[in-house]
Design a protein around this ligand. Structure first.
Ligand code: UDP
Ligand code: LCN
Length: 805
């Protein structure tokens, strides 16, 4: 029984609840989301002169934790989330009795609400992944969700303790496995058993202890070999000794930290695939196009940094003499009608790397009108299975074998990663970037109405399959997995939902599984660095961008002439998506005379004219921005740059704004992570970012940046104004926040941190797979069945439609 509901009913607040229920019944909406509930309750409290503060009463607390209320007849269904990652559902009848509802009851009720409930026609398919997680380790405390690998290391070391003999045997077998292009690594046939290994380790330790610390491996490699050890332990006597000592400790007294350190040193990853099929994927001229944003930036930077890290690891492991060449391939789509990009090129080297490539594989030509052109991410579902088959062949050719790790990006990339990993028997990692399900309100409940435009039935199915199939998932923030105390996470939204007339998901994902790990991205430090590092800045770029930002008169590219270019700039840069809400920022600026007196607003937003855009949302936003400028008479106070900046320019543009002691505002209605926030902060700009989504974890409010609520324009304007006036009277305050922002990025958001952690995860999950003999086959078979029975027929239908486009 819900403690919160019960507490209200047992107190004299029972009558308040009764009155609230009658107000709810007057409300037109049958389905109230948290914001509706809070607003309604606030009005209710004002009307009845009550305190709406969460802690003020049981009822306020209940309301605070209620995520949704559904009204049916005279009953109310309360969906209460009093703890992160768990929900309880209760039916409250008009006579105030309470009944717990099952997930099935809830999903049926939701179907009834949209008139899509047909009990006489038999049950709907129920998707339940719950039983497959019954035999795998599960995290208990929600605050440890997202720290999967730490949990797994603790779990594995306690297993090692519990049955040392069996586990040592597995460890021995694991160490025998590793090879690079047919060359044996770590141990050779001279070591034939676990017992033998223990003895040899001690002998090797004794031998190496007598060598000078910095003795290079080459000088004693043959001695090691005769003892049964091959390269892979280290590049110097000190490193080999350290690694062998760690293994020795691990065998005698396993501890989580020792296990992690040891596994992280095992040379088992040389070839990696990063899958990112949709959109334009390239190094020039692709950003800011539909479907091409931060994901491309992220994957390119990740590829470069993974290569560097793999090279460093291989050298440290002592594989220098073997001429090891790690390879990273970004697998994307080949688009023949390339529109000036290099997307029609099969292979493109990633700048600044020795062996990282973009490999583009075309979609099969079902209808050249479609498949030779860019296809929106919402439309590409029919092409992915055959794409995976073709890509497998190409990857094997490029790697001369299988890769060691496959990383998927976004729903489509993750599905392809699953198909490839399954066929090639390779570890699969998923990265969502953003999950569409929570981005669009009621996207599952009304999927049928939205299907023609968005095809969510395939996307959500693909998400379910890929996230369950993945060996591990990395997210950029904790809240991407399970949200915050008052909002549900993106993965959490897959836990239980209805797709009316298609299926019910009663348990879509185990949020407490150790597969989830928070590993945020970094920022490319060669483009984005503090504005104070003058020696690294190019003066001609600075001058050109300074002019472009403040004074250049070029109506083809820039709208607006500043009356007083010396005012403090408020700056933002994003695609003109509705959700990025640049128009909200313009409106906030428009509503505040005070801000306008002190500041100019400068926006970099890709396009200036409706005719230049092929995207409906973008066109709407362009029209809206002009309307706002006109309505609030922002002429002379705003500059709108309709340009797509190269990386070099975007780095420098932030710095030029910082030279002018400007501020960066990221006003998105929701932002999964927000790379521009890292970029602005590292260049030294005080940053104000949306409180909805990832920025909540990047920024520490009032310490190294500020949160804004972009739906509250007055409050946002006054936060900006307060800061600006404070800086006017005390310029050191700007410097202080600027410095702390820079520090924040360097300590928590670098690619070095990201790749070290990612590779350590890949090794640990690879080890875990091997050692635990985790029985995943039944889960994978279930996933395959869903793929064939639900996903494929729908994809086939869409393909038929595409044939006539
Ligand atoms: N960007 C750019 N030039 C532009 C607009 C954006 O280089 O004209 C880059 C920006 O610097 C950032 C990325 O595009 O690296 C946007 O990523 P973010 O995560 O902020 O948002 P997304 O577009 O992925 O939603
Ligand atoms: C997609 C988004 O929406 C952004 O919030 C992220 O920063 C970007 O991908 C990179 O992960």
């Amino acid at each position: 029984m819900s403690e919160l509901l019960q507490a209200v009913l047992n107190s004299d607040e029972k009558n308040d609840l009764r009155s609230l229920m009658s107000e709810l019944r007057l409300c037109e909406k049958r389905y109230l989301l948290r914001n509706d509930i809070l607003n309604l309750y606030e009005d209710f409290c004002t009307k009845h002169q009550k305190n709406a503060h969460t802690q003020s009463s049981h009822l306020s607390k209940l309301i605070y934790y209620t995520q949704e209320i559904i009204q049916e007849d005279s009953n109310l269904c309360f969906i209460i989330r009093s703890k992160i990652a768990s929900q309880e559902v209760y039916l409250l009848t008009s006579d105030l009795s309470i009944e717990a509802m099952t997930v099935q009851d809830l999903l049926d009720m939701r179907d009834r609400l949209v008139n899509r409930y047909y009990p006489n026609e038999g049950d709907l398919l129920e998707i339940d992944f719950g039983p497959f997680y019954d035999y795998s380790p599960i995290i208990r405390d929600p605050k440890n969700i997202g720290k999967g690998v730490e949990f797994l290391n603790r779990y594995l070391s306690s297993k090692l303790f519990a049955d040392p003999k069996q586990w040592q045997e597995s460890l021995f077998n694991f160490l025998r496995l590793h090879q690079y292009r047919g060359i044996q690594l770590l141990i050779n046939g001279r070591i034939q058993s676990q017992q033998h290994l223990s003895e040899k380790i001690k002998a090797a330790i004794a031998f190496i202890s007598n060598l000078p610390l910095y003795e290079p491996l080459e000088t004693f490699r043959l001695d090691l070999q005769t003892m049964g050890f091959e390269p892979g332990w280290g590049n110097t006597a000190a490193r080999v000794l350290e690694t062998l000592n760690i293994l020795d400790d691990l065998i005698d007294s396993p501890a989580p930290q020792t296990l992690e350190t040891f596994i992280s040193r095992i040379p088992m990853i040389f070839n990696i695939v990063l899958v990112s099929p949709h959109g334009w994927f390239g190094q020039e001229g692709v950003l800011g196009r539909p479907d091409t944003g931060g994901q491309v930036v992220y994957v390119l930077d990740q590829a470069k940094n993974l290569e560097t890290q793999l090279e460093e690891d291989a050298l440290l492991a002592g594989l220098g003499e073997l001429n090891v060449q790690p390879k990273v391939i970004i697998l994307s789509r080949l688009i023949s009608n390339n529109d000036g990009t290099l997307c029609n090129q099969r292979l493109e080297k990633v700048y600044g790397t020795t062996n990282a490539w973009i490999l583009r594989v075309p979609f099969r030509e079902f209808n050249p009108n479609m498949t030779q052109n860019w296809i929106s991410r919402f439309e590409i579902w029919p092409y992915l299975e055959t794409y995976a088959i073709d890509a497998e062949r190409e990857l094997i050719g490029e790697f001369q074998g299988r890769p060691d790790l496959i990383v998927g990006n976004y729903s489509d990339g993750n599905l392809v990663a699953f198909l490839l990993a399954r066929r090639m028997k390779v570890t699969q990692c998923n990265i969502a970037h953003a999950l569409e399900k929570s981005k669009y309100l009621f996207s599952n409940l009304y999927w049928q109405d939205l299907e023609e435009k968005y095809h969510f039935s395939m996307q959500f199915t693909a998400d379910l399959l890929a996230m369950n199939a993945a060996n591990f998932v990395i997210s950029s923030t904790y809240q991407e997995i399970v949200g915050t105390p008052d909002s549900i996470g993106q993965y959490e939204s897959y836990k239980c939902f209805t797709m009316p007339e298609l299926y019910h998901v009663v348990n879509g994902i185990e949020l407490f599984s150790p597969k989830f790990n928070v590993v945020p991205p970094g920022v490319n430090e060669s483009y984005y660095f503090p504005y104070t590092r003058n020696e690294e800045r190019v003066e001609t770029d600075r001058l050109r961008l300074e002019e472009m930002l403040f004074t250049l008169d070029d109506p083809a590219l820039i709208y607006g002439k500043l009356e007083d270019p010396s005012k403090r700039p408020i700056f933002s840069m994003a695609r003109l998506d509705r959700i990025k809400n640049l128009t909200g920022l313009a409106e906030c600026f428009g509503k505040s005379q005070e801000l306008q007196e002190h500041c100019n607003l400068i926006l970099v937003a890709g396009k200036l004219r409706v005719e230049e855009s092929g995207d409906n949302e973008e066109r709407d936003e362009i029209i809206k921005l002009y309307q706002i400028i006109d309505e609030y008479n922002l002429y002379g106070k705003i500059r709108w740059l309709g340009v797509r900046l190269s990386k070099t320019d975007s780095g420098e543009i932030y710095r030029v704004i910082a030279d002018h002691k400007g501020i960066f505002v990221q006003p998105a209605l929701f932002e999964a992570f927000g790379l521009t926030i890292l970029e602005a902060m590292i260049t030294g700009m005080p940053t104000f970012a949306t409180q909805f989504g990832g920025p909540l974890e990047i920024i520490q409010d009032k310490v190294n940046g500020f949160y804004i609520n972009p739906t509250n324009l007055e409050e946002t304007a006054s936060k900006l104004y307060d800061f600006v006036t404070k800086c006017d009277s005390n310029p050191a305050y700007w410097d202080e926040i600027s410095k702390r922002g820079i520090e924040r990025v360097y300590t928590a958001y670098t690619w070095k941190i990201h790749t070290t952690k990612l590779l350590s995860l890949a090794r640990t999950y690879g080890f875990w797979n091997f050692i635990s003999k985790e029985k995943r086959e039944d889960l994978l078979r279930y996933i395959e069945a869903l793929f064939h029975l639900i996903y494929k027929p729908r994809a086939q239908q869409l393909l038929e439609q595409h044939k006539y486009r």
